[in-house]
Design a protein around this ligand. Structure first.
Ligand code: ATP
Length: 227
């Protein structure tokens, strides 16, 4: 007979991010505009090695949810536990215009307490993998939108986090880069990294183990993901 409590224990041990009952309302600054209730009890669990999609219409609250998950925004209520290290690729590139690509890797790498050798290795590996090594000396404000996105994605995962939260990661990617992105995500998942991808549009459902839909402030698992 299977040992249910053992199974439960090992499933719990795999959880790298657990969010429960998240609520968030943005208060209106103007008296004639109503408050915006965005999250109304959103819960989700991410386990090691999973590739999970989070979909929802424009304005449904995906970025608000993502910011609560990484800790950039305090929910009004609910809890988020992050037993593992987190990497975050925000929807808007948060880069410094005056730094070059290599300087950006150094800045983020040092913030992650990486050694010089680890930073150099991550920069070599990721610029090669996403095919932007020829821009390593270029300043961020002279990069194309797609290359800025590659850099944002790269610095979000250069420290090998246990869970990677990606907000519309492939906006602006050409088809080759989109495929390179998925190769990378699949490799990370095989190494045990949980990868969550937020998108208003999921065109290839079979790339995901599970898909959550954010609707009316709550998350529900879609039935046919990964089928
Ligand atoms: N700082 C803020 N103050 C007030 N309202 C906000 C704020 N940020 C977001 N909102 C509102 O909250 C709602 C959810 O926004 P959010 O950006 O989380 O949605 P989204 O699903 O990520 O949208 P999109 O797919 O268009 O990126 C929207 O109605 C938005 O206008």
């Amino acid at each position: 007979m299977p040992n249910i409590s053992k199974q439960r224990e090992s499933a719990d041990a795999d959880v790298v991010l657990d969010a429960n009952g998240l609520e968030k309302t943005y208060s209106s600054l103007l008296p004639w505009e109503p408050d915006v209730a965005v999250l109304m009890g959103a819960s989700l669990e991410l386990r090691a090695g999973e590739v999970v999609g989070i979909v929802g219409e424009n304005g449904s609250g995906k970025s608000t949810l993502m910011q609560c998950l990484v800790g950039a925004l305090e929910p009004d209520s609910g809890t988020v536990s992050r037993p593992g290290g987190v990497g975050w690729c925000p929807q808007d590139d948060r880069l410094y215009d005056r730094l070059t690509v290599d300087e950006t890797f150094r800045l983020f790498g040092e913030a992650h307490d990486m050694t010089d050798a680890e930073i150099a290795d991550a920069a070599d590996r990721l610029t090669d993998r996403l095919d932007f090594e020829r821009f390593r000396d270029r300043r961020v404000d002279r990069l194309s939108g797609g290359n800025r996105r590659k850099l944002t994605l790269s610095v979000s995962l250069m420290h090998d986090p246990d869970v990677l939260l990606l907000d519309e990661p492939y906006t602006g990617f050409d088809w080759e880069t989109y495929l390179a992105f998925w190769d990378l995500a699949d490799d990370l998942s095989e190494q045990g990294t949980a990868v969550a991808v937020i998108s208003h549009l999921v065109s290839e459902q079979d790339r995901f183990d599970r898909i959550y839909e954010l609707k009316d402030g709550e998350l529900a698992e879609a039935d046919d993901a990964g089928a």
